[in-house]
Design a binder for this molecule. Structure first.
Ligand code: G4P
Length: 526
């Protein structure tokens, strides 16, 4: 095997997704501990800062700085090169979060055993489903009182709309939590509530081994056998192939805070999770082991320094070997660019790299060449398909508050939209510009950044909208009729596509009933 194939096969690029507080930061930190990337628990601090009051502008600045550092965390584990991509959550939940999922090959979902599946997880799972991303689920906080594990499994299936298959099983929960039985390798791990100690393992032959009774007591051992029998009866054998197709999610139970069940998760993850997969470009499918380099920008991070409008473009490498200072083609502009200072992220440190492989993420300092979704290649014309835009959930009109700075405002809005901070629509009826976001904080961030980075002042004016839907029809007359009838509610997105602004679910429903020839889409690609 060539060096390139070796490097590809040992790479695992994934994201951990969860609802705030389910334990994503804690789990990330424990994974980094196993990888030797950090040495003490408590080193991944970003989350603590993210949780503080967001109305404090200093905090926004701080967050942005920190999220560069934690955007990608690379580490080595048992010969694997692991890249964890951070998915911003919390109040700053944005389209950015969705887009990060275009750059990963698989996902670990963390669920709090007491709370079950929550809103943000559900939305992110929709993106995984669209892309058939393989998913592993970690049910966390077993040391606390929570739900019955069978109920949790049912909820996971229903809420995440994916089949599940437990690969470990808890013995009790909360104060009585005794440990987990690892179904896939027939072993028993006993729980000791101790943050630094690693699992105590009981060697057993199989589920009928009397050593289980000795370790957890006769009653719990009997219950465990009963549970496992039920599991074997209800859930089909775990099939790696089906997992890789994104059709079944293996489930693990544990406690991230207590480092319990984390190593089992990691060991199984590196074994079954996919290495970089082929990626579909408009022109053709691109395989990672192809000799020629290609990659795409999935995230742009504006820099802290408002005087230099520099930023970091995060490029996911799709094929071939990336080399520092090699001439690469930026497809959208046609320019040839050389990157003198690409950075990689290892063990929470950012350093200049000379080369990187498919699955890796490099950060490229940039001063305005890149847009989200841009493709870079060694020469071939390729356009990687990004993630479609999703209909935003919050809308406001953006107005200029300083007539002397309208150019600055326009430029600022353009660039922030290129960065993927929010979506811009132009109302065709009154010509006003509308910004749509998926989180309230984005409006504050936009206003703040326009002022600090572009010297432009904006104000927000309310508009009550339910959804912006992209519309199409195979019947051009019907489309024109619709646009005429609804002319007050028609807008164009930045690419000039028709968008219908529905002010309530009822209005949307009525429009769908009245215009059966028109298709209403909640995403921009259909
Ligand atoms: P997030 O990134 O998903 O938002 O969650 P994070 O890891 O910050 O965890 C949220 C809270 O849950 C933290 O408590 C963390 O310590 C706790 N936690 C994580 N895993 C477990 C677990 O397995 N068991 C228990 N009992 N708690 C867990 P906090 O009070 O917000 O922070 P801290 O002061 O304890 O660090």
């Amino acid at each position: 095997m060539s060096q390139l194939t070796d490097e590809i096969n040992r790479r695992r690029t994934f994201a951990i997704i969860s609802h705030p507080d389910a334990g994503k930061t804690t789990l990330t930190e424990k994974l980094l501990l196993f990888g030797g990337a950090i040495h003490i628990a408590g080193a991944v601090k970003s989350n603590k800062i993210k949780k503080t009051a967001t109305s404090d502008w200093m905090e926004i600045e701080k967050q942005r700085g920190i999220s560069v550092a934690t955007s990608v965390m690379g580490f080595e584990y048992n010969g694997y090169k692991i890249n964890i991509l951070d998915t911003p959550g919390h109040q700053d939940f944005a389209e950015d979060t969705f887009r990060t999922l275009t750059a990963v090959d698989s996902v670990i979902i963390v669920v709090d055993v007491a709370k079950g599946v929550e809103q943000q997880t559900r939305r992110l799972m929709e993106v995984c489903r669209m892309r058939n991303t393989p998913v592993i689920i970690f049910v966390n906080k077993l040391d606390r009182e929570g739900r019955d594990p069978f109920d949790i499994l049912d909820e996971l299936e229903q809420e995440l709309k994916i089949n599940v298959r437990p690969l470990s099983w808890p013995i009790n929960i909360g104060a009585k939590f005794k440990g987990v039985y690892n179904i896939h390798e027939n072993s028993l791990d006993l729980f000791t509530p101790d943050k630094q100690k690693v699992t105590e393992r009981v060697e057993i032959e199989n589920i009928n081994d009397p050593r289980i009774d000795e370790a957890v007591g006769i009653t719990d051992a009997a219950k465990l056998r009963e549970d496992l029998e039920l599991i074997e009866g209800v859930y089909p054998e775990f099939d790696e192939k089906v997992y890789l197709e994104g059709k079944v999610a293996p489930v693990f139970f544990g406690s991230a805070l207590n480092t319990f069940g984390v190593k089992e998760l990691l060991d199984c993850f590196v074994k079954i999770a996919p290495s970089p997969r082929p990626i579909v470009a408009e022109e053709r499918e691109v395989r990672p082991e192809e000799e020629h380099f290609s990659g795409f920008v999935f995230k742009i991070h504006a820099n802290m320094d408002p005087n230099h409008r520099s930023c970091i473009a995060f490029v996911k490498i799709c094929s071939g070997k990336f080399e520092r200072n090699a001439p690469y083609r930026h497809i959208r502009s046609g320019k040839t660019l050389k990157f003198a200072a690409p950075t990689a992220f290892m063990a929470q440190k950012k350093s200049i790299v000379d080369e990187a492989y498919p699955g890796d993420i490099v950060g490229i300092p940039d001063t305005g060449n890149f847009k989200i979704g841009d493709t870079i290649t060694s020469s071939e014309t390729l356009h990687f398909k990004g993630l479609p835009s999703f209909s935003p959930e919050m809308f406001k009109y953006i107005e200029n508050s300083d007539p002397m700075k309208s150019k600055q405002l326009e430029k600022g809005v353009q660039q922030l939209m290129d960065e993927g901070v929010a979506q811009l629509f132009t109302n065709q009826f009154n010509g006003r510009k509308l910004i749509g976001t998926v989180g309230q904080l984005q409006f504050e961030v936009i206003q703040y950044r326009l002022l600090h980075e572009y010297g432009a002042q904006c104000r927000w004016e309310p508009i009550s909208l339910y959804k912006a839907c992209w519309i199409e029809s195979s019947n051009p007359v019907a489309l024109e009729n619709f646009k005429k009838r609804k002319h007050q509610f028609m807008a164009l997105d930045r690419e000039g596509r028709d968008v219908f602004l529905a002010d309530s679910a009822y209005v949307l429903q009525m429009a769908q009933n009245d215009f059966p020839d028109i298709k209403f889409h909640q995403t921009s690609e259909f």
